[in-house]
Design a protein around this ligand. Structure first.
Ligand code: FE
Length: 218
């Protein structure tokens, strides 16, 4: 009974700690009440509202299907370790280990972070037949997908940098214990790890989705 109470307390504190972490990582989006890297419910926000919230360049691409010029933008020629989220709503879109050096001039990925992170729509604009990539949560335009990518998918998600919000991977002081595969290990450097080293408390938030929150004690 006592041990279960302790574990319950740890679990609740884990949620609180994760909440604090989330708040800090979402810094820079204070004016956007719809931005969240944990909420997964779909948004139905009118463009008139987005126009008041989003920076003009992001609004033009995300809500009016504009395209950034090639070889411009923040991410086309960089690949630090981390995760790319929708700049409009915070939906998790791509991992850096799926990014590849493309000569097209836009940030390119061979797969999405989750199969249902994006949806696709046929796009016949500008006399071309392309497949548009759209954020599943907010319905914003991200870019297009082509069939000339590298293995294993042979797909190329050709994205606009402005539509992406990059969050660097958390560096652990315990190399090899906190893997990028698990995305986020909040407790390795926390006071709870130091207080309970025997249990080696680990919080893995896979896909930045609270439904994937687990506490492992081993
Ligand atoms: Fe979005």
């Amino acid at each position: 009974m006592k041990s279960s109470l302790i574990l319950s307390g740890i679990f609740l504190l884990a949620f609180a700690y994760a909440g604090c972490q989330q708040h800090t990582t979402e810094k820079g989006h204070e004016n956007n009440p719809y931005y969240s890297r944990t909420d997964t419910f779909r948004l139905n926000v009118k463009n008139a509202v987005w126009k008041k919230i989003l920076p003009p360049e992001l609004y033009a691409v995300a809500r009016e299907q504009a395209t950034q010029a090639a070889f411009t933008g923040k991410y086309w020629n960089k690949n630090p370790r981390g995760t790319y989220y929708c700049a409009v709503c915070g939906n998790k879109l791509f991992r850096s280990d799926a990014k590849f050096a493309s000569t097209c001039g836009w940030p390119s990925f061979f797969e999405a972070a989750r199969p249902n992170a994006v949806i696709y729509r046929e796009d016949d604009s500008y006399g071309m037949n392309r497949t548009e990539v759209i954020c599943v949560r907010c319905g914003s335009h991200l870019g297009h997908i082509f069939d000339d990518g590298p293995p294993p998918t042979l797909k190329r998600f050709c994205m606009n940098s402005v539509s992406l919000d990059f969050v660097p991977a958390i560096k652990s002081k315990r190399p090899g214990r906190c893997t990028f595969k698990h995305d986020c290990c909040l407790f390795y450097n926390s006071i709870w790890y130091k207080l309970f080293p025997i249990f080696q408390i680990q919080i893995f938030i896979q896909k930045r989705d609270l439904s994937y929150l687990f506490v492992y004690c081993k």
